[in-house]
Design a binder for this molecule. Sequence first.
Ligand code: PLP
Ligand code: COI
Length: 376
Amino acid sequence: MASLNLAEGLTEAGLSFTRLPHPAPTPVAARDAILAAPGFGTAFSDHMVCIEYSEAEGWHGATLGARGPIALDPAAAVLHYAQEIFEGMKAYTHPDGSIALFRPEANAARFNASARRLAMPEMPETLFVEAVKQLVTADRDWLPPVEGGSLYLRPFMIATEAFLGVRPAKAYKFLVIASPAGNYFKSGAPAVSIWVSAYSRAAPGGTGAAKCGGNYAASLMPQAEAIARGHDQVVFLDAAEHRWIEELGGMNLYFVFADGTLTTPPLSGTILPGITRDSLLTLAREEGLTVREERYAIDQWQADAASGKLVETFACGTAAVVTAVGRVCGTGPGASDEFTIGSGGPGQITTRLKARLVAIQRGQAADTHGWVTRVT
Ligand code: PLP
Ligand code: COI
């Protein structure tokens, strides 16, 4: 570990960052063109953070430098046994021009929970947050000035040890990259359509609650099937009974009933504990709504939508924020039954909760929960 003092750049986490600014950053005109219509995940900022880990040295060699390819030995464990975890978070511009993160310590805690499940080293939460802040500060000009725009941050860790035996690696690399983001769904439609997959995402005892690349690899074929059938996202049911609704490929779900109550699937170990999901639990209760964390069956969802007992459904996550689900298709294995939820567009409670959450994230409403962390 570095032994610099704070004046020389030592972070709270006890590690100093070497800063190597990009020698030839993206020209302003090209950057502005990207920021005018950022989409999701296709363009990247100029810098990245890289921190190494070895058994002997622990976390070391923290660098903020130019974004670029990384060299990996072809035997690196991540390439063979998928020892990889990641996070997804956003930086927002506030009305006073400052830039802030939303609950970054929750991402740091979930990152460490994922690390434990994948037998990877944990990282001090302060170091995780500092790494993200370093990148946001360097690339502060990459926040899109468009409605709903943000800088999406992707911290991740890979096993770099060159070794083909099947055991946890002894060397890792942690990186943070950033991508200007607008709407996650290409269509930009007010509500999305989802396909009920006959495949499973996660089983009890598996890695469903960890944010590891392998979960997403397994969801790509079901997601591609959803797209091929004309839907935006896939919804997974539980692996044991194929009846209980779990989550979408990259979002949690909430169900809203005509009596003003809400339900969201419980953290059973097979779904990702979403930070947006958790924030909305608090905000909905503050709005005087009753929210249950309870199993909800696919056949009940269809029956309740038909009877009018269920009036809204929305997906939530960092990338998708809060997005109404308008249409559901494929309610049995390989089936193509279809039902519409409410009017097929965003309902009142979906709209209200989204507005509350977004106002806090963007500094337009008081941060009464200490969720907002200023960066610059
Ligand atoms: N579920 C899955 C599978 C996800 O990939 C995500 C996105 O990160 C979420 C849920 C929502 O989590 P969060 O609200 O922390 O972004
Ligand atoms: C996120 O919302 O941050 C996600 O990770 C979802 C998806 C882009 C993988």
